[in-house]
Write a protein that binds this ligand. Structure first.
Ligand code: 0A1
Ligand code: ZN
Length: 877
């Protein structure tokens, strides 16, 4: 452990910056070993800070070497400034001045992948959240917005492409024959949106004509061997640009929009102004190498980063506590976009399923925090599911409360009112409220209160008056630092069904409708429905109108009715999940007790009906057929018995497979697509149903099924079908699983993104020697500890292997802890993210819990980065 531990910073301590930077002029002399960065910062004291003689304190990184500093061209002698840890402090300054700094950095030694670094043969940057300070000394905070001019000097032969934000305004040569390119971005921006790329890159060009008839040049850059895989991303970009014009009235502002794919990247992608940088796994796509899921992900992330141009760049965050201002809103925007491009219900089910699995788990763990956190040690740890996904749910609830039209008026007002500013979540809500007249004062608590609210519903029906009452109670469990909670304003969308499944119209407060949004605001509240003739079945929380845990004692009969007849497609899925959860819970308890598993599954009946209903969307059927995941069942469980959950899932799956074998075989055959691969919603739907049907059919052990799987693997014309066959083989203990895995690697070894999928699947295997397998993968030539995608594949895959990760002797946890310690200093962001599975130790069955905790304690004894320290220390608190 370090002598002094890193300390937290608090939202309540926010102060406006003492200085502003009106203009930032940067010169990069790029070189493989040392890069010299010269900055000229046009600074002045901030009038909003008040009269002050406060010193100038610039943020830097430990590895940034200061060569010289000058003020208005007066070279400062060493006694006039000092460097304290990672800050550059200049005591005496004028009210207005130009500060020149010359610094030296070594991008090739930058393994953190923050700031300027090398990926393959190129230079690239990542500056969000606090990466810019690893390039040069600066006021690295989002409320300091500046107009950037960037000069790049490099050897043309190796770096023919040199890019930065904005427009290219000059190109020339130095006396030594190097190329000089100057970029100017007219839009003031915080440093986190700065970007630079240099490399020998291929480009795909296109154009987009905006609604006001401006021609925008579009460019996607990749290494030359990947340029044949960007067509889908380019089309997705154009669809995003059009959608933002139509849906939000937002037109693109610069004349050029560029995207660059890089192989080494900590996250998915980054919205740098006019120059988005993408993890290549989130940009490249081709039918042979990319699965349907990834196609959809590429489209969603291209859209997400593009949408940030308004929600994030033109209007940015005042401070990092406001991160959800841009992320929650932008996720909501990209979710709606994807829903519009494909199926609204399918998209909603996927998003909610993810939220309930991963964000709910975060909310129930030691890192639980509000969507607008009140404090942090390392902001990189707060790019979380809570800030992103729950943040998006908050914006979605505002949309529900206001309705589409007023929501649009609110977003128009927000963009107009705050264009060019760095603002807060409160400003966002104020714009929504001002434009709509809807009171959001209580609703705002969603931003500051952590934890997942539990809404418990009971009901009663009065035959004589045809009156139906719902009593709703809300309770939010305590979270770290927030022992007590206030009631939230929760929109609960409700419909009623007759016992035959018909939609019923009922009156609430004198308004008759088939679908009502109820406003649950108190701890306990009653809602009265009148005008009924018999007891209804309630369809509660339609389309998941609020991110809460709903408790209502549905009978299996009610759930089967909702599954077959609810007009809300989302709740049909939800009913199937609840049925499955109920049955799995019984089975899990049997498994924990060591009893033989047995159940008369009601799902058989429900699934049989679905499998024979040709009118249904095959994508929805596929989602309903997918049993609740190991991760979701773990979120629901307390304590978690991983092996019992695995056993219960396998048992139920086999029961369903055996009971409906013929149906699965038929559906498998009916949904085969003949012809070329297309990533359309329709084809994706057929493939998803076909492949889940195959997974059940194979589960029966039928030899014909096993043979079909091998044929699909060998003859598939697309990665979705080939990889589905392979995954099913691996997870069903197919006799040829090992052979197919080997053949897959052989076939795809020169495609790194495919190899990553192979690494993940190989690491996730359930087998006696799973730990040995994963250790072997770390030694495999395809593995590279420097590449975050590969680390995520192997260690993320390993986390899914119950027999490997949760090995009874704790060696799986020990192995993960070793990797975290290894990566702690090299790449703190990745190391910190790898800690997530260990943070769940308190919920784990006792024998495993102590072993997991011991590994966290072992990590804490190391000299830790801020990133890892925060997660591990909070987990042990
Ligand atoms: N703003 C990006 C995500 C992102 C965040 C941090 C990064 O480095 C620490 C990189 C990217 C987005 O929301 O897409
Ligand atoms: Zn984002």
């Amino acid at each position: 452990m370090k002598e002094s531990q890193p300390s937290a910073i608090y939202l309540k301590d926010y102060k406006v910056p003492p200085f502003l930077i009106d203009k930032t002029e940067l010169t990069f002399d790029l070189d493989e070993t040392t890069t010299i960065v010269t900055s000229r910062l046009h600074m002045r004291r901030n009038p909003a800070f008040g009269k002050s003689t406060a010193p100038l304190i610039l943020d830097g990184g430990e590895e940034v070497k200061l060569i010289g500093v000058a003020m208005d061209d007066y070279e400062l002698p060493p006694e006039e400034y000092r460097i304290s840890e990672d800050k550059l402090i200049i005591t005496a300054t004028a009210d207005e001045f130009v500060l020149t700094c010359e610094t030296l950095i070594e991008p090739q030694n930058n393994t953190r992948l923050e700031g300027l670094y090398r990926s393959s043969s190129m230079f690239c940057t990542q500056c969000e959240a606090e990466g810019f300070r690893h390039i040069t000394y600066y006021l690295d905070r989002p409320d300091v917005m500046s107009v950037f001019t960037t000069t790049i000097i490099a050897d043309e032969a190796r770096y023919p492409v040199m890019l930065s934000n904005g427009n290219e305004v000059e190109r020339g040569k130095t006396d030594e024959g190097k190329t000089v390119v100057v970029w100017h971005d007219p839009f003031p921006k915080p440093a986190y949106l700065f970007a630079l790329v240099a490399g020998n890159l291929a480009v795909k060009n296109d154009v987009f004509i905006t609604q006001s008839q401006r021609e925008i040049k579009l460019q996607i850059f990749t290494e030359s061997h990947n340029i044949d895989k960007v067509d889908y991303a380019m089309e997705a970009l154009k669809r995003s640009m059009r959608w933002d014009e139509v849906t939000y009235g937002r037109e693109y502002d610069l004349d050029i929009f560029m995207i660059v794919a890089v192989d080494d990247f900590n996250m998915g992608a980054m919205e740098n102004k006019g120059l988005n940088i993408f993890n290549s796994s989130c940009l490249l796509a081709s039918p042979e190498t990319t699965t349907d899921d990834t196609y959809l992900r590429v489209e969603a992330i291209v859209a997400h980063e593009y949408f940030h141009n308004w929600s994030g760049n033109r209007v940015t965050c005042r401070d990092w506590f406001q991160l959800s201002l841009k992320e929650g809103f932008t996720v909501f925007r990209d979710q709606t976009f994807s829903a519009d491009m494909h199926s609204e219900t399918v998209k909603r089910v996927e998003d909610v399923s993810f939220l309930k699995t991963a964000q709910f788990a975060e909310d129930a763990g030691p890192m639980a925090h509000p969507v607008r956190p009140a404090s942090f040690i390392e902001i990189s740890n707060f790019y979380t599911l809570t800030v992103y996904e729950k943040g998006a749910e908050i914006v979605r609830m505002i949309h529900t409360l206001l309705g589409a039209e007023k929501f649009r008026a609110g977003s128009d007002l927000y963009f107009d009112r705050h264009d060019g500013q760095a603002v807060t979540c409160d400003d966002f809500v104020a714009a929504m409220q001002d434009a709509s007249g809807v009171d959001l004062s209580q609703f705002k608590r969603w931003y500051s209160q952590a934890g997942t609210p539990v809404v418990t519903v009971t009901d009663s029906y009065e035959e004589s008056t045809g009156t139906y009452r719902l009593i709703m109670k809300q309770h939010t469990p305590a979270t770290p630092g927030q022992p007590t909670k206030l009631p939230l304003h929760i929109p609960v969308r409700v419909g009623l069904l007759s016992q035959q499944g018909g939609a019923l119209s009922a009156q609430v407060n004198g308004v008759a409708a088939e679908d009502h949004v109820l406003h649950l605001k108190a701890n306990e509240q009653e809602f009265v429905f009148t005008g009924l003739t018999s007891r209804p079945v309630p369809s509660l929380l339609r389309s998941f109108s609020a991110p809460v845990k709903l408790r209502y004692e549905y009978s299996a009969k009610d759930l089967l009715l909702l599954l077959s007849a609810d007009s809300d497609g989302f709740n049909r899925w939800s009913a199937s999940q609840q049925l499955a959860v109920n049955e799995l819970t019984l089975l899990i308890n049997q498994a924990i007790k060591g009893d033989e598993l047995s159940i008369e599954s009601q799902l058989i009946q429900g699934f049989k009906a679905l499998l024979s209903d040709a009118a249904l969307d095959p994508a929805m059927v596929a989602l309903i057929l997918a049993l609740p995941s190991q991760a979701y069942l773990s979120e629901l469980a307390d304590p978690i018995y991983p092996a019992a959950i695995k056993q219960a899932r396998q048992y139920l799956k086999a029961q369903l497979a055996n009971a409906l074998s013929a149906d699965f075989e038929r559906v498998y055959r009916e949904h085969k697509i003949h012809g070329e691969y297309q990533a359309t919603a329709e084809d994706i739907a057929h493939r998803s149903l076909k492949n889940i049907a195959l997974s059940y059919w194979v589960e029966t052990g039928d030899e014909l099924a096993q043979q079909e799987l091998v044929t699909q693997f060998q003859t598939a014309n697309n990665m979705t079908d080939q990889f589905s066959a392979l995954s099913i083989a691996v997870h069903s203990q197919h006799p040829k699983a090992a052979e197919l895995l080997a053949a897959f690697y052989e076939q795809w070894q020169s495609e790194p993104l495919v190899v990553n999928k192979w690494l993940m699947l190989s690491a996730s295997q359930e087998q006696e020697n799973a730990l040995a397998t994963v250790k072997g993968l770390l030694e495999h030539p395809a593995f590279d500890l420097k590449n975050p995608n590969k680390v995520r594949s192997v260690l993320g895959g390993f986390g899914q292997s119950v027999s490997g990760f949760h090995k009874a002797d704790g060696s799986g946890y020990q192995f993960l802890a070793d990797q975290i310690i290894l990566l702690n200093k090299r790449n703190p962001q990745i190391a910190s993210r790898l800690c997530t599975p260990l943070t769940r130790w308190k919920k784990l069955q006792p024998e495993l819990s102590v072993k997991m905790k011991a590994e966290l304690e072992r990590i804490l004894a190391e000299n830790l980065s801020k990133d890892v320290y925060e997660v591990v220390s909070k987990s042990l608190a």
